[in-house]
Design a protein around this ligand. Structure first.
Ligand SMILES: [Zn+2]
Length: 330
């Protein structure tokens, strides 16, 4: 009997740690969890998390209970995460699942998914097990901050009060509390989309300038008759006139005829002294000095210069030498 009382008390304690000055939430470790990832997920410094749990090393094991300190934690603790707005669903990212897969599965768009999850760290490298909110419509989810009121939100996002009230099933202005998630239908997650675009650019520093069959790889190649040379890039075959896009954003440093066999050549300079070269084009669509975004059209496939058929010869220079483009492309 005594044991049972203790058990009930324990449960109460675990359920309502918020009232305790040094409150915490318990998180059961699942396989694949790392302490570093938990620290960043709950926005608790790693050393704080370690000392709070009396850990001398970052080694943890599945089934272990880790205390997530509530005081330091911002951004929500899993067990006590606020309820999502009405009509939202939750989706836990499974192994091998991608954001585009989730978007397709629920008939969403990138902005609508980002609007429901504006604090995502990346669209391409999310950890397995992360929980995503699935919104019923396009819009933005905001978390009401301390001392923030509904009129603040209404004026900041210029949203119709009735729309806001309906989407969140609110019956009065005081029907909210700090930490509550509010759905703002129709509001575009501009800041998050911009941030995630920058993250994507950093994560995928280079993208394919054109898709097609690789007809020649980087490195030494045999030209027959006992001669060989070093191929400084890759050749990607594509139909004449196909659009070529910038592999990475940067400033056009050269756009014109090359006397070295590259034909109509475009070079784009990127941060950190890197440069990409696009050769044998039939038409150049940019001029020197122009800033080009990653993915922006710069030329059309051709066969100018020393070339045996329509293809793009693509080089990546990091520092002063040509590197294998395939080591940068995924
Ligand atoms: Zn080539």
């Amino acid at each position: 009997m005594k044991c049972r009382i203790t058990y009930v008390f324990m449960l109460l304690f675990l359920s309502f740690p918020i009232g305790f000055a040094s409150g915490y939430a318990l998180k059961k470790i699942e396989s694949g969890d790392t302490l570093g990832e938990l620290a960043s997920r709950y926005d608790v410094p790693l050393d704080v998390l370690m000392s709070f749990n009396d850990l001398d090393s970052v080694t943890i094991f599945p089934g272990q209970m880790i205390k997530i300190p509530y005081i330091q934690a911002r951004g929500g603790v899993a067990a006590f995460a606020p309820n999502p707005p009405p009509l939202f669903k939750r989706h836990t990212l499974a192994a091998g699942e991608t954001i585009s897969g989730v978007i397709q599965r629920y008939g969403l768009t990138v902005p609508s998914l980002v609007g429901a999850n504006p604090d995502l760290s990346s669209l391409d490298r999310l950890p397995v097990g992360i929980e995503l909110l699935i919104p019923p419509a396009e819009g933005l989810v905001v978390t009401l901050q301390e001392e923030e009121t509904l009129p603040d939100i209404i004026s900041r996002y210029d949203i119709d009060p009735i729309t806001l009230a309906k989407a969140n099933e609110l019956y009065s202005l005081s029907d909210v509390s700090s930490g509550m998630m509010l759905f703002l239908p129709g509001v575009k997650p501009v800041e998050s989309l911009e941030r995630l675009a920058r993250v994507r650019e950093m994560e995928n520093r280079y993208i394919w300038p054109v898709h097609g069959r690789i007809t020649s790889y980087f490195g030494r190649r045999n030209l027959g008759l006992g001669t060989s040379n070093f191929h400084r890039g890759i050749d990607i075959a594509a139909p004449y006139g196909t659009l070529v896009v910038a592999s990475r954003s940067g400033t056009v440093s050269f756009a014109g005829w090359s006397s070295q066999g590259y034909g109509k050549l475009v070079k784009i300079r990127h941060p950190g002294r890197a440069e990409t070269w696009y050769a044998h084009n039939s038409e150049i669509l940019v001029r020197p000095g122009q800033f080009i975004d990653q993915g922006e059209v710069i030329a059309r496939i051709g066969s100018t210069g020393i070339s045996t058929g329509p293809h793009l010869h693509f080089e990546v220079h990091e520092g002063n030498r040509a590197d294998d483009p395939l080591s940068f492309l995924r």
